[in-house]
Ligand binder design. Structure first.
Ligand code: DLL
Length: 477
């Protein structure tokens, strides 16, 4: 079956309109370096000017056309959505205005786990060109698939992000996000190339080599987690570099974890660049859902592709306009794995005021927290339930444990765990072997290193109510 979605998509005037715009943007494959200065005097650049500068009324018309189609598409192709809509007693033709989205049921991370690995695919495997995976709440990863067109859409979103930061041809990108199942590496890679930039696929780690490349290759754009950028700045000093003289950095593209204005100030002053916050999640392609433009006042959310809502995480009801809530997204053109009303668990406020850069796409005013217990450790998502699952599988491990997260510059994970009393008292007990086994198991499940400390049975304070298993000592400004 060749390219199913476009046919479905082609039928309406709005779809043709949108397609025309996209073609226009691609025809002028050269990114447009509009030289209209923003109120602060920065040059404003666009990758797809027509789509990026679209007025709110047009965006909404396009969203509605796409919403109708994607709901029909998902219901026709994904048994999970067919059943969900039936249970909610909504047929796809009942979607007549954008607000009707609230009649549709939510999709949550557990639905991806329950349909693991391929149950949410709307196309046969022969149409999928790429997969990525992120942490699930237990040992099973969350799987996401892309058709060729999905990957193109993702690429265009990330290219828009680069353009919004002021990137231009001739820029050299050092991409220090992890390459592999994590979407950071390849996402920033594809988008950078589409923007016509030279991309170094560094991946994360090997700090000395990162610094050497930064100097010798004349890196102008650093893409990494904000904590790794801070670490690079510290290490640069330690290694005898003067970042402002030795490096040519001018733009930082930092995301995958929450960060603050204080961190922005530190990274900008120590590395001599302008730091831009980028947001995304694997379920929504990966990085590139939203980015801070040169105004650095909130992250433009590409609302022609992602229909957003903010809800009260307790009740699921929409929040008042402009009020902080949990971000919920419907992917408007996703072919391989359409997601309807996906609850991200990320908390933020969305601002719909016009921005000085000329984009009307609303702005996420920083993701400041989560409505679940997911921890982000050095950009890697870790659910406490994954730690518990892994520990409880290991013979000799007791029932009491504690997860401590701390940060000097980089995040540190420390797992303190009691040994089972019978094992602890046995003459054959070898603490080194048990510690090693736990360390390896955690590393394989979480993909981050945890310092493991074995404890005598009874060491951890027993609580009468809910056990407090996680202590997060990081300061979150
Ligand atoms: O972190 C994708 C990404 C890669 C984003 C590179 C930006 C840059 P996941 O591993 O699925 O995907 O993690 C997604 O990370 O739900 C948020 O909780 C958090 N997150 C991502 N970006 C930001 C940000 C990638 N800018 C989860 N600020 C999301 C705060 C962020 N939290």
């Amino acid at each position: 079956m060749a390219d199913p979605f476009p046919r479905l998509f082609e039928r309406t005037v709005a779809a043709r309109f949108c397609r025309a715009l996209t073609i226009e943007a691609h025809r002028s494959a050269q990114p447009f370096y509009g030289n209209r200065p923003s109120p602060r005097g920065f040059a404003v650049a666009f990758f797809e000017p027509a789509l990026e500068k679209m007025r709110p009324a047009k965006i909404e018309a396009l969203q509605l056309e796409r919403l109708k189609k994607i709901v029909r598409y998902a219901a026709a192709r994904v048994p999970f959505y067919k059943a969900g809509l039936k249970r909610a007693k909504v047929s796809p033709d009942k979607i007549r205005k954008l607000e009707d989205v609230a009649r549709l049921p939510f999709t949550v991370k557990a639905d991806l786990r329950d349909n693991y690995p391929y149950g949410l695919l709307a196309v046969p495997l022969s149409e999928v060109v790429e997969f990525h995976a992120s942490s699930g709440t237990t040992g099973k990863p969350t799987v996401v698939g892309y058709t060729r067109r999905d990957r193109e859409t993702w690429t265009r979103m990330v290219a828009r992000c680069y353009a919004a930061t002021g990137a231009r041809k001739g820029d050299v990108v050092q991409n220090a996000y992890g390459y592999g199942l994590f979407t950071g590496g390849l996402g920033l890679h594809y988008g950078g190339q589409a923007m016509g930039l030279a991309v170094w696929p560094m991946s994360s780690g090997n700090t000395k080599r990162q610094l050497l490349f930064m100097k010798d290759m004349g890196t102008t754009i650093l893409a990494s987690t904000p904590s790794y950028a801070l670490y690079l700045a510290e290490e640069a000093k330690r290694e005898g570099y003067d970042p402002r003289k030795d490096f040519k950095l001018r733009i930082g593209i930092f995301g995958a974890e929450p960060w603050s204005e204080e961190v922005r100030d530190k990274v900008e002053s120590s590395l001599g660049l302008r730091a831009h916050d980028i947001y995304g999640l694997s379920e929504l392609y990966g990085p590139g859902v939203a980015i801070e433009c040169e105004e650095q006042e909130g992250l433009h959310l590409w609302s022609d592709e992602f229909l957003w809502e903010t809800i009260d995480p307790e009740t699921g009801e929409p929040t008042e306009p402009g009020e902080r809530g949990e971000l919920v997204f419907t992917m408007l053109t996703r072919e391989a794995m359409p997601l309807i009303r996906y609850r991200t668990r990320d908390l933020a406020r969305v601002d719909t005021e016009e921005c000085g850069c000329g984009r009307y796409h609303p702005r996420i005013m920083r993701v400041t927290g989560r409505s679940d217990d997911m921890l982000i450790i050095g950009g890697v998502n870790v659910f406490p339930s994954q730690v518990e699952d892994a520990l409880m599988r290991i013979p000799g491990v007791g029932e009491w444990y504690e997860i401590i997260v701390d940060r000097d510059i980089l995040d540190k994970l420390h797992v303190r765990v009691e040994v089972e009393p019978k094992v602890y008292d046995s003459p054959a007990f070898d603490p080194n072997v048990l510690q090693q086994t736990i360390t390896e198991e955690l590393r394989s499940v979480l993909t981050v290193f945890a310092r493991v400390e074995l404890l005598k049975p009874g060491t951890i304070t027993r609580t009468e109510g809910k056990a407090k298993r996680v202590v997060d000592l990081r300061k979150q400004a």
